[in-house]
Design a protein around this ligand. Structure first.
Ligand SMILES: [Zn+2]
Length: 657
């Protein structure tokens, strides 16, 4: 809702900087093709071109050799969808409202893709991971958006990603047909995101790190892709940008994955611009020439149009879209909040940049405090109930919190941070339109280890709990979730119980405890947990859905109907509620009423195989043979594994005895 207002309002207001840089490609008027590669979950410091020594990433390094490497680039939010939304819209998460996975970028957003499509570029995206599936709204502006997760029935987590080679082959096929005209290609590789599944051949490249095995595989896959770019002449003609949406904790600060904290391990990402030949690095300068500290190490574009090899000044992913547009001499829309990294005049005299990052994951998930950070000069400040300040020059791993010693310095950072938020916080946040909507989506996230966000933050108020004080509880929660998903409900229940003993207000743990109880057929215990959850958050959709399901399972249809009706009172389009009410009506022999609810369920989730199947059964019993066949066939198409739909379809299509 917020984003719509924010981006719509500015969609048509284009600004052109008075000090717009000299055209980068003066020699030609042919628009430069753009290839943007996002290697999801890639820590900058695991690339050999960023100094890593345990693995050689030859192919990504080769891109850096022919371009400019930004050594200090921060993600604005270490979570996949929000980070890509920030990248494509050049807006901050607190302003655009997309702060978690499974939210939806509303239609009408102004993104790099919509702008270039508007300029006559052919646009295509090839997506490696489910978080960027078409349904989440990033497809806007792309004429081709290849995210095959939409059509597939999602079973295991591994199906939520497709290997780099597959993604890149699809992109190569598209390029073979489309690279003669100006184009914008976006490629998303998801291999480094857990769960790991690198081809066996890569075990030897990095025997002790599955993460590095995936990286070696992704790098090799990119090597093949770069070869095909070279064959098409695109390494000379195109602007190629490689980056990541966030890093990975890998144990730093106790964080295994990403999203919970805002330390460098998950914020610092690679950013490499490989310039096309005409405007490119014809006269490359030696490595590390610009590695000195301070403003003198800012990006400098020489008068000859050449680019430095390395930029050590802090930058953000939010700057990438403005940089690409300024390189193409396309005016940036007023909604863009980042700065072009090509603008030498502006940067030469300007003070060091403020780079903002945030995570509201712990807040949205558990009701704990939000984390916000500001990178400025040598220091990284983290705004939290117990704030942190690090001197990255002497302590890049952020191990020595300078607080409470450096109070005055910290105060100046807190004020800067507040100033930045106030400047870009166009309208109050409240992205109610962006909540996850369907059951299918929630199941998918659960299988990747992201139990869905139920936003207890709003229900529980601001607890003021510092996420770093709850790290143990958070990790225990992740472990319990893993146990639950891998068929160990007994062990999972024990872990959830332990969490709740220490923190009775942990709403997600309470709901997951109820799920474990249900898996163990302890229905009364499960219902009690859910009543406790609803006492904390009376409009908790998930708790209410589960209560209805428990009543259905135990044959208490009156109670089931009451729970689902209660749910419709605050979530009128809820799929589970309508589907559950449909089942209750079936059990009570009320076929017309049941059909109504299944249709309403399909309105909420058109890809529900089970709703089509239930409608088929009703039509079959009403002797509406043709319509029944259509429903069963649709169910089977949506879920080819459905034995029920297959059996009924065979039955209804077989000749009558
Ligand atoms: Zn990601």
């Amino acid at each position: 809702m917020l984003l719509r207002g924010f981006l719509f309002a500015t969609a048509l207001v284009l600004t052109l900087s008075a000090e717009w840089p000299r055209p980068a490609l003066a020699e030609t008027d042919e628009p430069v093709p753009v290839i943007l590669i996002s290697v999801d979950t890639l820590r900058a410091d695991h690339l050999s071109c960023y100094g890593y020594t345990r693995l050689q990433t030859f192919h990504i390094d080769s891109l850096a050799r022919g371009g400019t490497l930004f050594a200090q680039t921060s993600s604005q939010v270490p979570i996949t969808l929000p980070s890509h939304v920030s990248l494509f819209t050049s807006t901050y998460p607190f302003a655009n409202g997309i702060r978690e996975n499974a939210q939806v970028l509303p239609p009408g957003a102004v993104t790099l893709a919509t702008i270039l499509a508007g300029r006559g570029y052919r646009t295509a995206a090839f997506i490696g991971g489910y978080f960027l599936a078409r349904r989440y709204g990033l497809a806007q502006g792309f004429q081709t958006y290849d995210s095959p997760f939409d059509q597939r029935v999602l079973k295991g987590a591994l199906e939520l990603k497709r290997p780099a080679r597959q993604v890149l082959e699809s992109a190569e096929h598209w390029l073979a047909e489309n690279s003669a005209r100006p184009f914008f290609l976006f490629v998303h590789l998801f291999d480094l995101h857990q769960p790991y599944d690198a081809p066996t051949a890569y075990k030897a490249r990095a025997p002790t790190s599955e993460y590095d095995q995936e990286l070696a595989y992704a790098d090799d896959s990119l090597g093949t892709f770069f070869d095909s770019l070279a064959r098409l002449g695109l390494l000379r003609r195109a602007l190629v940008v490689l980056l990541s949406d966030h890093g990975e904790g890998l144990g730093d600060h106790g964080e295994t994955t990403h999203g919970y904290f805002v330390y460098r391990s998950t914020l610092q990402v690679p950013l490499i611009f490989h310039w096309p030949e005409a405007g490119g690095n014809r006269n490359p300068q030696p490595e590390n020439q610009d590695a000195a500290r301070g403003p003198s190490s800012d990006l400098r574009v020489s008068d000859a149009g050449d680019y430095v090899r390395r930029v050590d000044a802090p930058t953000g992913l939010i700057d990438v879209a403005p940089t690409i547009l300024s390189f193409l001499r396309v005016p940036a829309p007023a909604s863009f909040c980042g700065h072009s990294l090509l603008d030498p005049a502006k940067r030469r005299d300007s003070p060091p940049r403020e780079v903002y990052s945030e995570s509201s994951y712990a807040h949205d998930k558990f009701g704990w405090a939000e984390l916000r950070s500001l990178r400025y000069g040598d220091y990284q400040y983290i705004d939290a109930p117990r704030p942190e300040l690090y001197d990255l020059q002497t302590d890049p791993a952020e191990l020595q919190n300078l607080l409470p010693g450096q109070t005055a310095l910290a105060t100046s950072y807190r004020e800067r941070l507040a100033g930045l938020v106030a400047t870009y916080h166009a309208v109050p946040t409240g992205a109610e339109s962006a909540a996850p909507t369907d059951a299918d989506s929630r199941e998918s996230l659960r299988s990747l280890g992201y139990l869905e966000i139920t936003a207890p933050g709003a229900a529980l108020g601001n607890s003021g709990i510092d996420p770093k004080d709850r790290l143990f509880e958070y990790k225990r929660y992740l472990l319990a979730g893993h146990l639950a998903r891998t068929g160990k409900p007994e062990e999972a229940a024990a872990e959830f119980q332990a969490i709740l003993a220490g923190d009775p207000r942990n709403l997600p743990a309470r709901i997951e405890m109820a799920r474990a109880d249900v898996a163990l057929h302890r229905y009364l215990d499960g219902a009690n947990q859910l009543h406790a959850a609803l006492a904390l958050d009376p409009h908790n959709v998930e708790a209410e859905e589960l209560l209805g399901d428990i009543a259905l399972t135990t044959g208490d249809y009156g109670r089931a109907a009451a729970e689902f009706q209660q749910l419709l009172g605050f979530a009128s389009r809820d799929y589970e509620a309508h589907f559950g009410l449909g089942l209750v009506a079936v059990r009570r022999g009320r076929r017309d009423e049941a059909a109504e609810h299944f249709h309403a369920a399909l309105a909420a989730n058109p890809r529900s195989a089970e709703a089509h199947y239930q409608l088929g059964l009703i039509l079959e019993s009403q002797k509406e043979k043709d319509q029944a066949i259509r429903e069963f066939a649709t169910a089977l198409q949506l879920d080819p594994q459905s034995q029920d739909a297959r059996r009924e379809l065979a039955k209804v299509t077989s000749p009558s005895p």
